[in-house]
Design a binder for this molecule. Sequence first.
Ligand code: ATP
Ligand code: MG
Length: 574
Amino acid sequence: MDDAENITESNDFISDFIAEDLANRRFSYVRTRFPPEPNGWLHIGHCKAMTIDFSAAERFGGKCNLRFDDTNPEKEDISYVEAIKHDVKWLGFDWGKNEFYASDYYEYLYELAVKIIKKGHAYVDDLSEDEMREYRGTAVDKSNITETPPGKNSPYRDRGVDENLDLFKRMRSGEFADGAKTLRAKIDMAHPNLVMRDPVMYRIRREKHYRTGSSWCIYPMYDFQHPLSDAKEGITHSLCSLEYEIHRPLYEWFIREAEVFPSRQIEFARLNITHTVLSKRYLLRLVQTKTVSGWDDPRMPTLAGLRRRGYTPEALRNFMSRIGVAKTDSVIDIALLEFCLREDLNKRALRVMAVIKPLKLIIENLKDGEEILLDAVNNPEDESAGKRTIRFTREIWIEQDDFEEIPPPKYHRLYPGNSVRLRYGFIVNCVGFDKDEAGNIIAVRAVYDPATKGGNAVDNRKVKGTIHWVSAAYARPIEVRFYDYLFTSERPMDLPSGVDFLEGVNPNSLKVISGAFAEPCLAQAVSPVAEGGQFFQFERQGYFVRDPDNGADGRPVFNKTIGLRDTWAKIKEK
Ligand code: ATP
Ligand code: MG
């Protein structure tokens, strides 16, 4: 894939900025932070953000903090904190002891708010949320909120410092109802950028916070809290996604007014991927509506979902380095992600055989109970993975697709009179088949040639097809889950107005087959969501991993991670 190679070379403008800041002594060290809000599970977009945050620090010998940006009591929860930490570790990023919570800064933030009030640069407002919106004015063009006709001043804007200090204190002590008052920065109601029109710094909200309980009834807003939290931690470069670009003047305003460490905000493009929704709000709706089984459903773009599906940290990190750190938004083709995944799985996956839609093949010249031991290579890409023994018996399972009574053109598998090689085993020649009364093929008959064992024996009979199989005497029943994109549309969020994104959900994104058979070693397979998880290639079928759940009657479940490219399927389509 040439595209993939080209993207690798994208230049890293963030490193350039940082190098410049060090060279001209704006900063003497580098410190970054990854600031997830614990209101949902991390998705692959966060993986981009954290890759950028951690690698920028590493490149300049600095550290990256993990900061929970938890100043919004409604939706935050400790279970999300745990899930996030698990995911960051899984990706291989290490924050060491540098785990912080914005909710620990409430007192510090309160003091800075007081400082800004004292300077005459913040005021308590009594306008309601709706009134405030009206006073602020509306963008003529919603995509351009930095050129909006002037708003008008709140009638409370000119309250004196003492009155503001008193009211703010009483806001904190719980004297006023939720929403009755706010603390606002006094900037400029005619500022062309809407974000700068006296933004709210604090709101009153009686809601229990998962860490601070009921000790606060006022909560700081993101735009006020974030730069000052950065400053508190001595963050030099606050890297965030592009939607914060219009907030940068405000970020700088709060740092200046609070007279704190001059953290610098730099924006990068958000990650968007075709067929994928990357926003916690929408992912939460998929979970709440039970469109998926949970945050870790293998169709979800969450790190937990990807892990359960069989994605590896290496594949994800490789993908991140291939897409680079762009400065403008774009949509990455999911095929590139899949390419990175296949590349990694090809190196690590253990090759095994499993038959998804079984058809019995009877070897007529083998007796019942007779078995021949065969050597199978575990991974041709990795000699250290060794070999295993598989057993060839009179009755084996092959795929229904690998036999045709009347072969179509270019069909090189089994049909009456034709020979194929059984993977790791012998060449067999089809001598007949059995049908039931309804005319369904229920078994195929063949004879094997003992001189063709393992493909190593002198073999002057050329056969064009090799098929996989498992011994019916030894195989274990498994359930297999096949996945398709959760959204058929390449851009699931490009919707006509009034259309809910859930309408675009692919009704066929999950297919379950419970009557498959696999080599006996797969009964012990470990899901990659656990320590020591394994990755498999079911030969000719694709890459699979064990699911943590078991299926009907306790049989192991395997998730298809991704296919190998099957050229036959394409020819067949034509
Ligand atoms: P979402 O839009 O999914 O709710 P968010 O921005 O609200 O995401 P946070 O937990 O606040 O989620 O994000 C933590 C960090 O991850 C932020 O710095 C944010 O810029 C970054 N981030 C979130 N989504 C993406 C994405 N798709 N691509 C790159 N960075 C992202
Ligand atoms: Mg956010």
